[in-house]
Design a protein around this ligand. Structure first.
Ligand SMILES: Cc1ncc(COP(=O)(O)O)c(C=O)c1O
Length: 380
């Protein structure tokens, strides 16, 4: 059977082929966006897992919006805007897909920072949206470019990752947050604020969500993948109450609701008295891994590389002036280290910058140092 037209325009990616080779034996992969497996809070979940059979109702069909006690906890915990309602999703990735399917018509304009999260590029490409990119700077999106784009009337929705961006690790300044919110309001553009890395801060002060400055035109996506485990596949979306009905329709058609036993398990975990300590320890672990990777890069590559320091998240965006990122990715793989070339983070795999993304959350410091030695040997 022939695949649907909206899928035919998505080309098989050469980069995905490179990534497939990243799992070969002996290869150290800094390519994935994986949290540390040794940081999973499994011991905090053990008792809840054992107790699940004592509540048979959890194994029945449930409400599409989510497990009520979990929704009540999250509304309180995140101090969700009083005009917003929440919808539990099977990962924030599903939340994004639901938003695109609920609100985008073919050809509708979506703005994103470039480079951008490939999972979002994929969702918007499948929705046959028209993707417009705005250059990212150290403070956030280039506001002049963003305003010109909004003023052109071509954009319905702005997708953004203001905390510890994937792939660059950049966090927007407070001023940028306020200005983007003001622009969304002025031009009637809906903001989709994707915040999966927000809790992974190991330096500096937390800043307010951009959505807190324009709640009436914002949707917020949160993920539990990075603070619990990705395998639970849970995230939560919040949106103005009158935007919820189309989202619920799509969620219902897609999977009726997210797994109830897993939602109950997540509630027990995040309400566990030791959970804040778990997050602190995770941030400490990531801080140590980041320092190890950053120092090894400076020692082994010196002036051949440039990167902005990050204060959290899971990635370093390593600029390698004069190198072609795809060639670097192939050469690195031949030396036993997998990285993602910049091309993966732009529409149509075309990268204007010579950069690669390195993940520091998954591997231990010694392995990260070995990976950098291998990378350095590939850059000759
Ligand atoms: C920016 C961004 N949004 C969403 C996701 C998807 O996360 P989840 O596991 O909650 O679906 C990721 C995953 O890495 C991500 O980097």
């Amino acid at each position: 059977m022939q695949e649907a037209r909206h899928l035919q325009q998505i080309q098989p990616s050469y980069i995905r082929e490179i990534l497939a080779a990243a799992t070969a034996e002996g290869v150290i992969s800094l390519a994935g966006g994986l949290p540390a497996s040794d940081g999973f809070p499994l011991s905090l979940m053990a008792e809840s897992i054992a107790q699940l059979p004592n509540t048979p109702a959890l194994f029945q069909y449930g409400e599409t919006a989510g497990y009520r006690p979990l929704l009540a906890y999250l509304e309180e915990h995140y101090q969700v805007a009083p005009t917003h309602r929440m919808l539990v999703c099977s990962g924030s990735q599903q939340g994004l897909d639901i938003i695109a399917r609920a609100f985008l018509n073919p050809g509708d304009g979506v703005a994103m920072e470039a480079p951008c999260y490939p999972g979002a590029l994929q969702v918007f490409a499948m929705a046959t949206a028209c993707i417009h990119t705005v250059q990212q700077q150290a403070t956030g999106p280039n506001l002049g470019e963003l305003e010109a784009l909004f003023a052109s009337g071509k954009v319905k929705l702005f997708y953004a990752v203001p905390d510890f961006h994937n792939p660059t690790g950049i966090s927007w300044t407070l001023e940028t947050r306020k200005q983007v919110a003001a622009l969304c309001r002025q031009y009637g553009v809906a903001l989709v604020e994707d915040a999966p890395y927000r809790e992974l801060r190991f330096a500096g002060e937390a800043l307010p969500l951009v959505a807190s400055f324009c709640p009436e035109c914002s949707l917020v996506l949160r993920s539990f993948s990075k603070v619990s485990t990705p395998g639970l596949r849970l995230g939560v979306l919040s949106a103005p109450e009158d935007w919820l009905a189309p989202l619920i329709k799509i969620k219902q058609a897609s999977d009726l609701h997210s797994s109830l036993p897993i939602q109950a398990l997540l509630l027990d975990l995040i309400a566990h008295p030791q959970f804040p300590t778990h997050i602190q320890q995770l941030c400490q672990m990531y801080s140590g891994r980041y320092q190890a990777l950053a120092s090894a890069l400076s020692e082994s590559l010196g002036r051949r590389c440039e990167f902005e320091p990050v204060k959290g998240g899971m990635f370093i965006w390593l600029k390698l002036p004069g190198f072609d990122p795809l060639t670097v990715a192939k050469a690195a793989l031949s030396k036993g280290v997998a990285i993602v070339p910049a091309n993966a983070f732009y529409p149509n795999d075309t990268a204007p910058d010579s950069a690669i993304r390195l993940n520091f959350s998954h591997e231990a410091p010694d392995t990260l140092r070995t990976a950098v030695r291998r990378l350095a040997s590939a850059l000759v």
